[in-house]
Design a protein around this ligand. Sequence first.
Ligand code: PDD
Length: 277
Amino acid sequence: EFALLNGSIIERSEAKVDVEDRGYQFGDGVYEVIRIYNGKMFTATEHLKRFFKSAESIGISIPFTNLQLKEMLQELLIKNNLETGNIYMQVTRGTAPRNHLFPTENVVPTLVAYTIKGVRPLDGLKSGVKAILTEDIRWLRCDIKSLNLLGNLLAKQKASEQGCFEAIQHRGQDVTEGSSSNIFIVKDGTVITHESNHLILKGITRDVILDLCTKNNIPVQERSFTLVEIESAEEAFLSSTTAEVMPVIEIDGKKINSGIPGPLTRKLQDLFKLEIE
Ligand code: PDD
């Protein structure tokens, strides 16, 4: 197995980061997860664009161009012979003596990428998954794909401890997003998902789904929706790079669409499958 560390592809076991790396100490960095289908990156352009944008929004300047990084990731994929799985990458502000202030001298960002083998979550995609509702306790820049994931982790762990796949977060009455996914409901035949603002991550899978809706004349609305709306939804599903279009069939113990994936969810799954094949 190989990993990418600061522009070099090396043995993964040789890829070492300092104890004073700011990612390790402060979560001072951003990340991306790119899905690999049939040995190829899916929506790589969109992920790389978001990676650079996230980094820029916290003042980290990635010392490579978008194209250089893409080529290095391609090489990593080939070297690791990855057919199906993910590429994980992150960039931190670099290594410097611990101080909350950004380092002043020319500290280079630490950029790491590696691959993870993994199949599509076929069982969940077929039968659907359960979710809980939980208050969104995160910060107000959820649009940045930050390494600071404590709020997300606590929510996901809580869901898992209740036998559920995902925690659907809400701020007061308004549903925002999952702990590691975007949330959709279907109401009167319209697909609804939170508008892209500072309260959610603008998921790449979310964007693919919204595009598919538009192209196939499925009505969509990007707006926040309430707990009452999700509890009475005709259908619900979540989306992410790893979970794709995942039906949600139960929320806080209450069944959605009698506990089976809904017709519009199925249709979007079929359309999504055509994109990745
Ligand atoms: N998470 N919202 C949050 C908080 C997420 O962490 C993710 C993805 C998404 C969906 O984004 P996308 O469709 O671009 O994957 C939404 C990744 C997969 C993760 O942290 O592993």
